[in-house]
Design a protein around this ligand. Structure first.
Ligand SMILES: NC(=O)c1ccc[n+]([C@@H]2O[C@H](COP(=O)([O-])OP(=O)(O)OC[C@H]3O[C@@H](n4cnc5c(N)ncnc54)[C@H](O)[C@@H]3O)[C@@H](O)[C@H]2O)c1
Length: 346
């Protein structure tokens, strides 16, 4: 059997710890070092019994890992990934891939000009639920896709807003939460080419939005409406319906997306399907069924995939260029709220 791959983690914060826990449980890779300049990182490094470097470049030079997980703040994703590419070390970069489209494009160009694979950490692409939903749509059971009704309505606790940046523009649910949802919808339905959006901060009164109503036009002609709120006492969010992260309150009977085509519709994540067997007509019965599913941890599956990427057995499932398109739609929603106009996604 192949030896375990040696991975390093840059950024020993919340998600850095989650990646380390998956590596500890993995039979295919192991964590060998952390890079993080903050004094707090020493706690995790000591618990893991691993060396801690104050910066990524020093760690790359000393450890020569097989791969690096970049779990650093957003602004450091592109410089960190470029350093990995220069060193010839594959990287798993946390989402969002970059702060701006220009930076994302700079990284995409550098990766494509190199032989070094970079995977972006949109971990829900490794979700068994999302995979089964994508397969159901790809089988053609829904017919031609027509309409998407989706939501991420949840309530963040008051103490979340003690950090001042979360009360200001840019610290809200569009850039923090919607980026995951847009990536899911792109995987399920296809590319999004135009958006409209209304934003409101009426619930909390902070500068940042707390609620956003969004319209989406997909390249295949389907239309979508998305309700986003972090001030809504509602379980209709991926976190609370999917049960993939047990830290959240779980509502297994609720859905956050309904995807409707000309022959049937699919509810996600319960994977309930309503479909016509004969002529599609509101007078005829819509048969109900449910897609079978074996739940698994998307972060662990993402790590397994990263191992295959590092070994050059599989191409990255989420490339920098792909993640850049998700970022472009998310930024377009922010721009639509700001400008009050339709925004085309280039
Ligand atoms: N996939 C997901 O569901 C998910 C969940 C949470 C966070 N994230 C993403 O992961 C990233 C980190 O988020 P977090 O919540 O873990 O943040 P965090 O603040 O808990 O951790 C970030 C860590 O990076 C360290 N750091 C800062 N500068 C550094 C540098 N130059 N080199 C190395 N380390 C440095 C910080 O000291 C801190 O320990 C963000 O981009 C975030 O969007 C993704």
């Amino acid at each position: 059997m192949d030896r375990k791959l040696r991975f390093a983690i840059a950024g020993a914060g919340v998600i850095g710890r989650a990646h380390w826990e998956r590596m500890r449980a993995s039979g295919r890779c192991e964590a060998v070092a952390f890079a993080d300049p903050s004094p707090g990182a020493a706690v995790l490094a000591a618990e893991a019994g691993l060396p801690l470097y104050p910066d990524l470049e020093a760690m790359l030079a000393a450890e020569r890992p097989d791969g690096v997980v970049l779990a650093t703040p957003n602004a450091l994703h592109v410089p960190g990934a470029l350093a990995c590419v220069r060193s010839g070390v594959p990287a798993l970069v946390e989402k969002p891939v970059a702060d701006s489209l220009a930076d994302a494009a700079r990284l995409a160009d550098a990766v494509e000009a190199s032989a070094v694979p970079v995977l972006v950490g949109h971990h829900r692409r490794h979700s068994a639920i999302l995979g089964a939903a994508c397969e159901t749509i790809a089988e053609g059971r829904l017919g031609k896709l027509v309409a998407v009704t989706a939501s991420a309505t949840f309530h963040k606790p008051d103490d979340y807003f003690e950090a001042a940046w979360r009360r200001r523009k840019g610290g809200g649910p569009i850039l923090i939460n919607l980026v995951h949802e847009i990536d899911n919808l792109r995987a399920l339905v296809g590319d999004i080419v135009e958006v409209q959006a209304f934003g409101s901060h009426a619930a909390r009164g902070f500068e940042v939005e707390d609620t956003v109503a969004i319209n989406l036009r997909f390249a295949n002609g389907a239309l979508g409406s998305f309700m986003l709120s972090d001030a809504a006492a509602s379980p209709r969010s991926w976190e609370q319906t999917s049960g993939e992260n047990q830290a959240y309150d779980h509502h297994a009977d609720q859905d956050c997306y309904v995807i409707a085509g000309t022959r049937g519709s699919l509810q996600v994540p319960t994977l309930r399907v309503f479909e016509y067997s004969g002529a599609a007509s509101w007078w005829n019965p819509l048969a109900r069924s449910r897609v079978e599913l074996h739940q698994s941890d998307p972060l662990a599956r993402q790590l397994d995939h990263f191992c295959a990427v590092v070994r050059r057995e599989e191409p990255p499932r989420v490339t920098v260029r792909d993640a850049m398109r998700t970022l472009a739609v998310t930024l377009a929603v922010a721009e639509a709220v700001r400008s009050g106009t339709n925004v085309k996604v280039s």
